[in-house]
Each structure stands twice: as structure tokens, then as C-alpha cells.
Design a protein around this ligand. Structure first.
Ligand code: APR
Length: 256
């Protein structure tokens, strides 16, 4: 599917072209074309690694060294890749819409690196870490100070250092969630991009926005768990569809 031949639903273009408030939810799919593996696709992280051994607090306390090394591997991976045209298209859209909120489930920091400004990180950020005892933010030096096979510990209190991401069974950051819900209430158009929509509360946000009157569209390689509820479903790669969509909106705006 090449972007120049993509036929967008006219209503989506019209609504985006005149929208004062837009909210976008992204998932791992938007970073796939940058080389960051998704979670549930073939070859995804949860096919190769066991979340119950790596992405919850009990697993961390059982084997902090293993969990820290896994997040070190993921930090290295996301630092070595670049944002893709899908990330940059959302930066463009943010510039075009007065009230724009980018709500992401991703912890890879790629939206910020692309230049997105109003980013709500629902699941945290891989590039931040902190001490589980005193809460002191930890930096790369602290993480690398750990001896081989020994978990990294807080230089201030000796507590274990963990990544600032939301693990299974943990609550999302209250402020981020409140900002996401508020954006759903205001949005005239809501885009859901690159998510399987199986992890809540994030997966409920497009439906929250729809309930509040927004026109909701999904951009995904394959239909997500909530695809049937969408006003528009655009199947394909986010890195191809989003730039074309933003260009079509720009042209509609210029045509006035
Ligand atoms: N363009 C658009 N969509 C894509 C692309 C692409 N290039 N590649 C994959 N996808 C779609 C897949 O079809 C799939 O529906 O992205 C989705 C990725 O789904 P998941 O791997 O389940 O990732 P996500 O929805 O972000 O997971 C939610 O689960 O594991 C936890 O905390 C983790 O934030 C994560 C949450």
C-alpha cells in the first residue's frame, strides 16, 4: 500500500482539518518501523520473553539483576534507533491543531526525540530509573556502577534501582491518566495508532473519546480488539499512512 494512493474517508479529513482539539493514542506499532519490537506481534517481546519473569515487581524482587539487564538491553535498543515518518507526522499534526495531546503507551522516548511536545506517558519512560526505597532518581552512572551479576543499587540508601515504567499489576501515574481522560473529553477527533488495544486502561481511551462525541479512527497493521467501534479503520503501516494523512489534512486546510 503506497501512501500516495491511499484514499482517506472524506469525513476524517474534514473533521481533522477543522478540529480545534485532537488527541492521539499510540502503541508499540508506531515504533515498529524504527526497529523497536512490538509486544504481541510475531517475533514480539512477549513471544521471546516472559512478562511474568520480567515486567512485574515480584519478578524484580526475585531476580533484580535479570530484570535490570533486560531493561538495559531495551534502553540500548531504543537509543540505537531513530524516530520514523509516523512519529514526525504527529509532530506536524501537533503544529496544526491548537489543542493537541499525544497519549502514548510506549516507553521508548521516540515521540519526544521526534519533537512532540505535549506527550502523556501512560506507561512511563525506559530512560528514567529510580530507587524503590528512597525514590531518588537514578542515572546511567548508578545503573552501570553495579558489579557483574550484582544488581544496581541506590548510592544514597542502597535500595534497588528500577526503571520508571508501569509493570503489570501496577497503577498508571495518576496525573498522566487524568490528563489523558481530560483530552478524551475535549477531543473532536481521536486517532488510535499502532496498538492492539488489549491492555487497559489505555485501550479504553478511544471509546471514552467516542462516548464524549469524538470521531474516532484507528490506524493499525491489523484490526485491534476495538476496531469494530471505530468510525474509520485505516489498515496499514503507521509510517506510511500518517504522513499521507497529515498531508491530506494540510491540503484540505489550505483549500479552506
Ligand atoms: N504500523 C501500524 N501498526 C502496527 C505496525 C505498523 N508498522 N506494526 C505493528 N502494528 C500493530 C499490530 O498490528 C498490533 O495491533 O501494532 C499493534 C501492537 O500491539 P502490541 O504489541 O500489543 O503493543 P501495544 O498495544 O502497544 O501494547 C500495550 O502492553 O505489554 C504491554 O506495557 C506494554 O504498552 C504496552 C501495552
Amino acid at each position: 500500500m503506497s501512501k500516495e494512493t491511499f484514499a482517506f474517508p472524506p469525513e476524517l479529513i474534514e473533521r481533522l482539518a477543522r478540529a480545534r482539539s485532537v488527541a492521539v493514542l499510540t502503541g508499540a506499532g508506531i515504533s515498529a518501523e524504527s526497529g523497536v519490537p512490538t509486544f504481541r506481534d510475531p517475533g514480539g517481546l512477549w513471544e521471546r520473553f516472559r512478562p511474568e519473569e520480567l515486567a512485574n515487581v515480584q519478578a524484580f524482587l526475585r531476580n533484580p539483576d535479570l530484570v535490570q539487564r533486560w531493561y538495559a538491553y531495551r534502553r540500548k535498543l531504543v537509543r540505537e534507533v531513530e524516530p520514523n515518518p509516523g512519529h514526525y507526522a504527529l509532530v506536524e499534526l501537533e503544529r496544526m491543531v491548537p489543542d493537541f495531546t499525544l497519549i502514548t503507551q510506549n516507553v521508548d522516548n521516540l515521540h519526544r526525540r521526534a519533537g512532540s511536545r505535549r506527550v502523556v506517558e501512560l506507561h512511563g519512560n525506559l530512560l528514567r530509573s529510580y530507587c524503590i526505597d528512597c525514590g531518588r532518581p537514578a542515572d546511567e552512572v548508578d545503573l552501570e556502577a553495579a558489579a557483574e551479576g550484582k544488581p544496581a543499587r541506590c548510592p544514597a540508601c542502597g535500595g534497588l534501582i528500577r526503571p520508571d515504567v508501569v509493570w503489570f499489576g501496577e497503577m498508571l501515574p495518576e496525573e498522566a491518566l487524568a490528563e489523558a481522560y481530560a483530552a478524551c473529553e475535549r477531543a473532536e477527533v481521536f486517532l488510535s495508532v499502532g496498538t492492539s488495544a488489549v491492555v487497559y486502561p489505555a485501550a479504553g481511551l478511544p471509546l471514552e473519546a467516542k462516548r464524549a462525541g469524538a470521531y474516532v479512527a484507528e490506524i493499525n497493521l491489523q484490526p485491534s480488539a476495538i476496531a469494530d467501534e471505530m468510525d474509520a479503520l485505516l489498515l496499514g503501516k503507521a509510517g506510511e499512512i500518517l504522513p499521507a494523512l497529515v498531508e491530506a489534512v494540510r491540503q484540505a486546510r489550505d483549500a479552506g
